[in-house]
Design a binder for this molecule. Structure first.
Ligand SMILES: [Cu+2]
Length: 164
């Protein structure tokens, strides 16, 4: 291999690495709500910040600790709260997405073991950028008890088997 060829392949590799979402995106305030024993669903929250000029789409999530992860949003209908699945979420340049109690949230479905406050959950977020390049970001978030601040968002409704 000539020097030029070697140089260009290294250069391409650097471009590929620097354009991945994991380099550019920031996760803040990530946590999952501790649930009573026997509950098959947990809610998790986080803020996803995109300081870059690129646009990303959050296309899904997975976790080795759960069977599957869904994105939901909560809507009020006639005083009843209803959860609707969100297949993907756009993350604009310089924008952010907030998953929070009473709003858009993550549903962690069928934990492989009981998770208590103080435990950690591993989550992988999958992204696609404006060129359809796929990337992923792995994070670790703590399980916490609901605080007085989040408890007031509890409500009745068809999804009262868990809190969101
Ligand atoms: Cu939900």
């Amino acid at each position: 291999m000539t020097f030029i060829k070697l140089f260009s392949s290294v250069f391409l590799l650097l471009i590929a690495i620097s354009s991945s979402a994991s380099d550019k995106l920031e996760i803040h305030d990530a946590w999952a709500r501790e649930t009573p024993p026997g509950t098959s669903v947990m809610a998790a929250y986080l803020t996803l910040q995109n300081p870059s000029l690129s646009m990303y789409t959050l296309t899904g999530l997975s976790s080795p600790d759960f069977k599957r992860i869904e994105m939901h949003r909560t809507e009020q209908h006639d005083g009843m709260s209803k959860m609707l699945p969100v297949p993907q979420v756009m993350l604009s340049s310089k924008g952010h997405i907030i998953f929070q109690p009473g709003g858009m949230h993550l549903m962690l479905i069928n934990p492989k073991k009981r998770l208590r406050a103080g435990d950690k959950i591993t989550l992988t977020l999958f992204f696609s950028d404006e060129h359809s390049t796929k990337s992923s970001l792995e994070i670790s978030l703590p399980v916490k008890k609901a605080t007085a601040n989040t408890r007031h968002t509890l409500h009745n409704g068809q999804h009262d088997s868990h809190q969101h």
